[in-house]
Design a binder for this molecule. Structure first.
Ligand SMILES: C[S@@+](CC[C@H](N)C(=O)[O-])C[C@H]1O[C@@H](n2cnc3c(N)ncnc32)[C@H](O)[C@@H]1O
Length: 249
């Protein structure tokens, strides 16, 4: 590894390493469900992210694969459990950015199906992909996203980065690093998720970041961070305590 690579890694901009995982991008729900019907085998353990009312979940279970399906919506999971009582043991209400919760449910998925909404912002899809690639080593990820599909269809050439010798990650390890990365997302919902979870980490870096987030451009993040700082007895400067105008994001 040359010095530039090391610097890149140290600065934590290298959030995904090259791996053997294949990624298929689809935009239409039909293509997503076709992939769910044809790609898993009975040997696979499948993680489905964004199972909603369970249509794709049903398709996946028919392949004979072992399935764990999650959705962040409590109402949808409740409905799914009512509609399909036999799914109750393998569907869960989890926000899939919560990687430790996913690892607990399914430590080694061989296939991951991600559909957090075909129209959601590319940042959200990229984030979910990155988190999955950091935590798991599936043979294949199928992801549904219009924006990603458009972007990928425009790529005419790729020069793979020359990186080697990076230490192996243990699934679910480095939760704090993930949260610190998330806390710098341009997406307000991702920062909010991070700020809520950072307060559970009693480390210097988490405390420092919470302190910084107390002057985040978004009022909800500021409020949550200030409350967390108060609860953890982290002192704030006058500037951090001062209300400021919101910057939309
Ligand atoms: C378009 S629906 C998925 C449809 C599903 N693939 C099907 O075939 O019926 C998207 C789902 O993703 C869920 N979702 C969005 N963000 C999520 C996240 N971070 N973690 C878990 N689920 C999420 C939403 O609650 C919603 O139910």
């Amino acid at each position: 590894m040359d010095t530039k690579d090391i610097q890149f890694y140290k600065n934590r901009r290298m959030s995904v390493r090259p791996s053997d995982t294949e990624i298929r991008v689809v935009s239409e729900i039909d293509a997503f469900r076709r992939a769910a019907k044809t790609l898993p085998t009975s040997e696979d353990t499948v993680l489905e992210i964004g199972c909603s009312t369970g249509t794709t979940t049903q398709i996946l279970t028919r392949t004979g694969a072992q399935v764990v399906a999650v959705d962040k919506s409590a109402e949808l999971i409740q409905k799914l459990r009512q509609d399909f009582p036999h799914f109750a043991s393998f569907v869960a209400q989890v926000d899939a950015r919560n990687i430790p919760a996913l690892v607990e449910l399914i430590p080694n998925p061989t296939l991951i199906f991600i559909d957090i909404g075909g129209n959601v912002h590319l940042d959200n899809v990229a984030l979910q992909l990155r988190l999955c690639l950091q935590a798991f080593q599936p043979r294949l990820i199928v992801v549904r996203s219009f924006e990603l599909a458009i972007l990928v269809s425009m790529v005419s050439e790729v020069e793979p980065p020359k990186l080697s010798g990076l230490s192996d990650r243990v699934p679910g390890e480095d939760v704090l690093s993930n949260l610190l990365l998330l806390s710098r997302s341009t997406n307000m919902h991702s920062r909010l998720f991070a700020v809520r979870n950072l307060s559970k980490h009693q480390t210097e870096s988490a405390r420092r970041r919470l302190q910084e987030l107390a002057s985040d451009p978004h009022h909800k993040i500021r409020k949550t961070a200030r409350r967390a700082c108060q609860a953890l007895a982290i002192s704030l400067s006058d500037e951090e305590k001062t209300p400021m105008a919101d910057v939309f994001d």
